[in-house]
Design a protein. Structure first.
Length: 144
C-alpha cells in the first residue's frame, strides 16, 4: 500500500535537497519545528494543508506543483501491477524484470522509467526517472 504522507514527505525532501538546503533552514523559513519537519519528510506525520502551504512557500514552490507531483507518483503506483502487492503474494509465474538486488524495472513509457525496490514485505520504494532529462527534471523517490 502506498502512503500519501510518505509520498508527500519524499517530494518535500527531494525539493529541499535539490536546493541544497538544510532542514534547519527550511523549518525556520516555514516557522515549523525542525523535528516536526523531519517527521513529515520521513512520512511519519501528515501535514495540515496550512503547514504544507507554509513549507512549500519556504521552498519557493507552489502548493499545486507539489500536489501534482504527488498525484502523478500515486497514479504511477496505481497503474503498475504488483507494486501495491507484497512480493510474497505474487504468483510464481509473474516474473518481473530484475535489474539488481531487490529492484524490479516495472515500466517505461519512453520518457519516464519506474523501478521498484521491495525493502521489506510492507515497504516498497518507487524510483521514477526521466529517460530524456531536461534542466528542470529531477528524480523522484517514493517509499510505501
Amino acid at each position: 500500500m502506498i502512503l500519501l504522507r510518505r509520498v508527500i514527505g519524499d517530494a518535500l525532501r527531494a525539493r529541499r535537497q535539490g536546493q541544497q538546503r538544510t532542514l534547519r533552514e527550511v523549518s525556520t523559513a516555514a516557522n515549523v519545528s525542525l523535528g516536526y519537519l523531519s517527521e513529515i519528510e520521513r512520512g511519519h506525520k501528515e501535514p495540515s494543508s496550512e503547514l504544507l502551504a507554509a513549507i512549500c512557500d519556504a521552498l519557493g514552490a507552489r502548493l499545486s506543483e507539489l500536489l501534482r507531483e504527488v498525484s502523478d507518483t500515486v497514479a504511477l503506483a496505481e497503474q503498475m501491477p504488483g507494486v501495491l502487492v507484497s512480493m510474497q503474494d505474487e504468483p510464481a509465474d509473474a516474473a518481473p524484470k530484475s535489474t539488481n538486488r531487490g529492484v524490479r524495472q516495472v515500466t517505461s513509457d519512453g520518457t519516464v522509467a519506474v523501478s521498484v525496490r521491495q525493502d521489506s514485505p510492507l515497504k516498497a520504494t518507487l524510483r521514477s526517472t526521466r529517460v530524456r532529462p531536461t534542466e528542470r527534471d529531477r528524480d523522484v523517490v517514493c517509499a510505501a
